[in-house]
Design a protein around this ligand. Structure first.
Ligand SMILES: [Zn+2]
Length: 284
């Protein structure tokens, strides 16, 4: 990503500042909204975070200002709750979840070289988290983005109720959220590269055209994660004024061979078992 000076509001990530826009915080809200915790009885359940520990959903709290509380936790959550959210709204919601969880990890000092430092002390303009804030400013409405949604949004509508499932992968900056009868897979910062890829697109459309279950969406997500790992793209992004712009197409920089073991491990991590059909054919 290339950076041109943008009008990002200066703020330290503290309890006194709204985590979405940086203005003065007036309230503290649950990152996983109350309606979601009620619906799936998540209050005392725990989410796995990448530092190999767990934290309960009810402990994930974020400071918000009045404006963001109404817009992010009012309008946006209502849209997600109703199941009628547009791709742009799903992307904003995923953005908020991705950043909130990443922020939480930072507060917990995960993967940082200087234990004892909090995020406000160690953040720099080239920090991926600092870049995330540009995207978060699209959630508060302080910034616009093109394309909108800026990332790839995949939606699966089930004809039955599934258990709640939430996966957050920091490397790919993506989330998988199964909210009962609907599943969202969102790549927050990919400039819609995944959505525009012909192989991914064909796979997605072929799943949607048939009868599918939760496992199909999960398997699709595993394939996307493997794909992202295999192909390295350079995405031309400019942060300018109050805008995030993608100009031109993503360029393929590197391609690795398909790694069976790695893909198998991703599937296992998601609770699905992948068997290579070539191996079945080879068996006596
Ligand atoms: Zn705010």
């Amino acid at each position: 990503m290339s950076g041109i000076k943008s009008d990002l509001i200066e703020f330290d990530l503290t309890k006194d500042k709204c985590f979405v826009c940086g203005r003065k915080a007036n309230t503290v809200e649950h990152l996983f909204p109350k309606w979601l915790q009620h619906k799936f009885n998540l209050w005392d359940q725990k989410i796995h975070i990448p530092n190999e520990t767990t934290i309960s959903y009810k402990q994930l709290l974020i400071p918000l200002c009045k404006k963001c509380n109404n817009e992010v936790y009012g309008q946006l959550e209502n849209k997600i709750k109703s199941g009628n959210a547009s791709d742009a709204e799903i992307w904003r919601w995923a953005n908020k979840m991705h950043f909130g969880l990443t922020l939480k990890n930072q507060f917990l000092e995960w993967d940082r070289k200087n234990p004892g430092n909090k995020i406000g002390d160690i953040i720099s303009p080239s920090d991926p988290l600092e870049q995330s804030r540009h995207f978060l400013h699209c959630v508060s409405g302080d910034f616009t983005c093109s394309p909108d949604p800026f990332g790839s949004v995949f939606k699966f509508q089930l004809d039955y109720e599934e258990d709640f499932n939430f996966i957050h992968i920091i490397n790919s900056q993506s989330i998988y959220a199964c909210l009962g009868d609907v599943i969202y897979i969102v790549f927050v910062k990919d400039g819609q590269t995944m959505k525009e890829d012909i192989a991914i697109k064909e796979d997605y459309e072929s799943i949607l055209s048939g009868k599918y279950k939760m496992q199909d969406a999960l398997f699709f997500y595993a394939k996307c994660i493997e794909y992202m790992d295999r192909y390295t793209y350079s995405i031309p992004i400019v942060f300018s004024g109050k805008q995030i712009l993608k100009f031109g197409k993503a360029t393929l920089r590197d391609e690795k061979p398909f790694d069976k073991e790695k893909f198998s491990a991703i599937c296992n991590r998601f609770g699905i078992t992948w068997i290579d059909s070539n191996d079945i054919n080879k068996s006596p």
